[in-house]
Design a binder for this molecule. Structure first.
Ligand code: FAD
Ligand code: NAI
Length: 476
């Protein structure tokens, strides 16, 4: 029997791959998407890392644990008495799993709606030939399909610490960190990056004593320094113990837990004994099982697929997007690349503006930013103006009972063009969108300062920070 033929075959059904598949189908192509993720029953679970063990489940647990913390610590401030408060961790984790399934099912529905043919199994290159490439699908059954264009969106995997393999029982990656069966009394984290802070916050709120060991001497080095300092102060006040400038030594995984030998910033030898250890020291691009060698697809020294600015690989009509290529490992970056590639295949001019990709860390306070930090502008020798506005002076934040943090604007000294916006505080994840839109349209700080913002709203802090650029805040 002849192999099934497709215009576009997408390998990987995460946010990069599934969005690329849908956009390509919208553009009139005959599209297949191959994804190997298995749910607990061995069935398909579209959505990749993001949906299954990343963005979605972490945000579900962050939400639940925040409710728990509010009920135990903050409801009293609002005059709400809570008696007999308890934690049903199985239910909380079960709810998280249900949220994941809703998202898996949503993508399955979208594939049907857009007539994307879905294959459950591992996709690998067989050879170039005919009108494009032969791709083997190894699932419950095995078959070979052919595509004119191939989009590789195989994502990334957690990086393990040498000598401390993930067993997902005691030494946990992001996967195990999202399903610890009981709240650990003592929890260790290696790496105070995005996962470390988000997962550390979840388990601290639920009752763990959390210690984070970070190799770098500065906290959140990629974040604007002023914002990072404010966040560090808040996390420390909440009880997260963060050790910077550490060197992690031997990690012993025993029956009772994990023992970590480490050296502090002063060079003193220390030991941390914990019930569970989460290792969150970054992620590595995933090309396992892709058989890239069969077609000569070029990888770099980190194992990422080499692409140009347009996501073109070393091979004609083979594209790669998302975590498996250069750039930030973010779901929305993967999605934008997916849309752009589908449009380029259709002869359109897909475009991704890497300067306006927002970052969000969903802790409390949330941290969000877009554009350049003050330290980056200084290093580049760019003349800039800075303006900040604290949530302490914002009426809505006072009403919410959450006045931690600030909004910070950075604008060009001569033209007033917004160069970066940095937020630490309540709902920073939502507030940052205004800054992204403004920067995408090359707005000046004054543009934002002159726009009417609803009162009372947290967004007024954004307007006031823009006003602060010219030292004319109205409420501070
Ligand atoms: P993935 O989502 O990794 O998807 C790749 C898919 O391809 C997987 O389903 C995989 O099984 C499949 N696959 C791989 N190889 C093959 C093959 N050969 N054949 C068939 N299928 C294959 N980003 C955000 O923007 N916001 C967040 O809040 C956020 N939170 C996160 C929280 C955690 C704990 C983690 C770990 C990550 C988080 N991220 C977040 C990052 C985000 O998950 C990734 O950037 C995003 O998933 C990348 O999308 P992708 O499509 O490139 O790859
Ligand atoms: P990360 O890159 O954010 O942080 C890793 C941290 O580990 C860094 O601070 C690094 O200095 C430290 N580190 C590295 N090696 C170390 C060692 N040997 N000992 C001690 N510290 C060490 O990586 P993380 O947290 O694993 O997350 C991976 C990626 O997933 C993120 O970069 C991000 O792209 C994505 N993500 C995004 C989220 C979001 O958008 N809200 C949430 C979670 C993950």
């Amino acid at each position: 029997m002849a192999n099934k033929q497709f215009d576009v075959i997408v390998i990987g059904g995460g946010p990069g791959g599934y969005i690329a598949a849908i956009r390509a189908a919208q553009l009139g192509f005959n599209v297949a998407c191959i994804d190997e993720w298995k749910n607990a029953k061995g069935g398909p679970a579209l959505g990749g890392t993001c949906t299954n063990v990343g963005c979605i489940p972490s945000k579900a647990l962050l939400q639940s644990s925040e409710h728990f913390e509010h009920a135990s610590k903050h409801f009293a401030d609002h005059g709400i008495k809570v008696e007999g408060l308890g934690l049903d961790l199985d239910k909380m984790v079960g709810r998280k799993d249900a949220v994941v399934k809703q998202n898996n099912d949503g993508i399955t529905y979208l594939f049907k709606k857009n007539k994307v043919t879905s294959f459950h199994g591992r996709g690998s290159f067989v050879k170039a030939g005919g009108a494009g490439y032969e791709i083997k699908v190894a699932g419950a059954a095995e078959e070979t399909i052919e595509g004119k264009h191939i989009i590789v969106a195989t994502g990334s995997n957690a990086r393990a610490l040498p000598g401390a393999d993930f067993d997902e029982v005691n030494i946990l990656s992001n996967d195990g960190a999202l399903r610890i069966p009981g709240v650990p009394k003592k929890l260790g984290l290696i790496g105070s990056g995005v996962i470390g802070l988000e997962m550390g916050s979840v388990w601290r709120r639920l009752g763990s004593e959390v210690t984070v060991l970070e190799a770098l001497p500065t906290f959140l080095g990629a974040v604007d320094e002023q914002i990072a300092k404010e966040a560090q102060k808040a996390f420390t006040k909440q009880g997260l113990k963060i050790e910077l400038g550490v060197k992690v030594g031997e990690v012993k995984n025993g029956k009772k837990g994990v023992s970590i030998a480490w050296t502090n910033a002063k060079g003193e030898a220390q030991t941390l004994d914990v019930d569970k250890l989460i290792v969150s020291i970054g992620r590595v691009p995933n090309t396992i099982g892709l058989n890239a060698e069969a077609v000569g697809l070029k990888l770099d020294e980190r194992g990422a697929i080499v692409v140009d600015d347009d996501c073109k690989t070393s091979l004609p009509n083979v594209w790669a997007i998302g975590d498996v290529v250069r750039g930030p490992m973010l779901a929305h970056k993967a999605e934008e690349e997916g849309v752009a590639v589908a449009e380029r295949i259709a002869g359109q001019h897909g475009h991704v503006n890497f300067n306006t990709i927002p970052w969000v860390i969903y802790t409390s306070p949330e941290i969000a930013w877009v554009g350049q930090t003050e330290q980056q502008l200084k290093a580049a020798g760019r003349a800039y103006k800075a303006g900040t506005f604290p949530f302490l002076a914002n009426g809505r934040a006072r009403a919410l009972g959450d006045t931690t943090g600030m909004v910070k604007f950075l604008a060009d000294a001569a033209t007033d063009e917004i160069l970066g916006v940095h937020i630490v505080g309540p709902m920073a994840s939502e507030l940052i969108s205004e800054a992204v839109v403004a920067m995408e349209f090359k707005a000046s700080a004054e543009d934002i300062a002159r726009i009417c913002h609803a009162h009372p709203s947290l967004s007024e802090a954004t307007k006031e920070a823009a006003l602060a650029i010219d030292k004319r805040t109205l409420n501070f």
